[in-house]
Write a protein that binds this ligand. Structure first.
Ligand SMILES: N[C@@H](CCC(=O)N[C@@H](CS)C(=O)NCC(=O)O)C(=O)O
Length: 225
C-alpha cells in the first residue's frame, strides 16, 4: 500500500486525488489527514516528510516521501503499463510538462498566493506573513492566466492537446481554488468554462472529495480548503 498525506478538500490534494481516481488506484492507497487549519503541515514531524511544508505528500513502499503534485502524479502514472496522464511520446511528455507548469505558474499558484496573502487564508496562527498587495497582483495574474487558457481551449479539447492529462488536472485545481476564494472566472471566457463543464462530468472530478474524509470533516463549519 501507498500512503498519501493530505487534506481532503485542498485544491492541491485534489490534483493527486483526481489522478488516483483516473488511474484506478484508489484501492492501493491509504490516506492520512494533515490538518491545514491548525498548521499541522508546518510542524517538525511533517516538515521531516516534506521540507516545503505543503500537501499532498506520497509515501512509497521503500519509505521515500514524494512532495509536489507533478512528481506524485508522474510516479503514480508510471505504475501502470502505459502512462495515461503524463504522456507517452517525447513530444507529448514535453507538452504536458510545459502546460502543467504554465497552469501552476499562471493560474493555480497565483490563486494560492492570492488566498494566502490577500484574504484571511488559513488564519492568523498559520499565516505568519501576509502581503496583500502581492496577493492582489497574483489574483490579477490568475485572471490573465484564465484568459490564456481560454485561448488555448478555443483550438483544442484539452489543455495540452487532444488528450486529458496532468495539465487538465492542474487547471481543474485552479477552478477548485477559485471557488474556495470566491474568485470569479469571467463568464465571457466561454471556452474555458465549456471545458470546465466537461471536466466536471468526469467521475474522478466528481468524487475526489469523498475519497477519504477525516472524521471531523463531516461536521466542520470551516471553509472547504
Ligand atoms: N507546489 C506544491 C504546492 C502544494 C500546496 O501549496 N498545497 C497546499 C494545500 S491546498 C498547502 O499545503 N498549503 C499550505 C500552506 O502553503 O501553508 C505542489 O504542487 O504539491
Amino acid at each position: 500500500m501507498l500512503m498519501i498525506y493530505d487534506w481532503h478538500a485542498g485544491p492541491y490534494p485534489s490534483r493527486v486525488r483526481i489522478a488516483v481516481a483516473e488511474l484506478g488506484l484508489t484501492s492501493h492507497i491509504n490516506f492520512t489527514s494533515v490538518d491545514l487549519w491548525t498548521g499541522e503541515h508546518k510542524r517538525p514531524d511533517f516538515l521531516a516528510k516534506n521540507y516545503s511544508g505543503t500537501l499532498p505528500v506520497l509515501q512509497i513502499e521503500d519509505g521515500t516521501y514524494l512532495g509536489e503534485c507533478t512528481a506524485i502524479t508522474q510516479y503514480l502514472d508510471a505504475l501502470g503499463d502505459t502512462p495515461r496522464l503524463t504522456g507517452t511520446t517525447p513530444r507529448d511528455q514535453g507538452m504536458i510538462h510545459m502546460m502543467t507548469k504554465r497552469a501552476e505558474i499562471e493560474f493555480l499558484d497565483a490563486i494560492s498566493v492570492y488566498f494566502h496573502h490577500a484574504t484571511a487564508g488559513l488564519g492568523p496562527d498559520v499565516e505568519l506573513y501576509q502581503n496583500a498587495e502581492w496577493g492582489l497582483r497574483m489574483r490579477d495574474k490568475a485572471l490573465r492566466g484564465a484568459r490564456y487558457f481560454d485561448g488555448v481551449l478555443k483550438d483544442q479539447p484539452y489543455v495540452a492537446g487532444n488528450a486529458f492529462s496532468m495539465a487538465d488536472i492542474t487547471v481543474i485545481a485552479g477552478f477548485v481554488f477559485a471557488k474556495i476564494v470566491g474568485l470569479q472566472i469571467p463568464t465571457e471566457l466561454v471556452s474555458i468554462h465549456a471545458w470546465h463543464a466537461r471536466m466536471l462530468e468526469r467521475p474522478s472530478v466528481q468524487h475526489w472529495k469523498e475519497m477519504h474524509l477525516p472524521s471531523e470533516a463531516t461536521n466542520s463549519s470551516r471553509p472547504a480548503v
